[in-house]
Design a binder for this molecule. Structure first.
Ligand code: CA2
Length: 141
């Protein structure tokens, strides 16, 4: 089973700023953590991070016929991007949306997610653990 893990804008800054919201670990720590759990679950994981909406759309399109599921933290595009929602609908793969922080207990504008209109599971506020839970969900579905 092949899973694409997509992280959106600013998630490459993990561990560098705002440790009170997003923790002290870096994006590389996150990738290593997910890769280790993927190996334990006998999943093949591929990682993509971009600060550009169109590049994320293209990456999702490229998953069609090549991956069995998507784990996505669209970052701030969560709350704005119809294009990412449409790309997910177009490829029609099982998708889990992950947020490191508890978006529901932050600013009002973080409560709405376009991606949630498609994602079959949404994990919020569990830190990096949320990505591991997402892998387990896709493995066991
Ligand atoms: O909680 C999440 O995972 C978010 O998707 C993170 C996004 C935010 O816009 C969403 O509302 C919730 C922001 C990611 C920014 O990541 C940073 C990491 C370190 C330093 C600064 C930003």
């Amino acid at each position: 089973m092949k899973i694409k893990v997509i992280n959106g804008p600013n998630l490459n800054m993990l561990g560098i700023r705002e440790p009170s919201v997003y923790g002290k670990s870096t994006y590389t720590d996150l990738v290593n953590l997910i890769a280790k759990r993927a190996e334990e679950l006998s999943l093949t994981c591929d990682f993509f991070q971009s600060n550009h909406e169109g590049d994320i759309v293209t990456e999702i399109q490229n998953c069609y016929g090549a991956f069995d599921g998507i784990v996505i933290n669209p970052g701030a595009y969560t709350h704005t991007s119809v294009a990412i929602l449409d790309a997910l609908k177009a490829v029609s793969l099982p998708t889990v949306e992950v947020h490191i922080s508890d978006v529901d207990s932050r600013e009002e504008f973080r409560k709405f997610s376009y991606v949630s209109l498609y994602a079959e599971k949404i994990i919020k506020g569990k830190g990096f653990e949320g990505y591991l839970e997402a892998l387990e969900y896709l493995k066991n579905k």
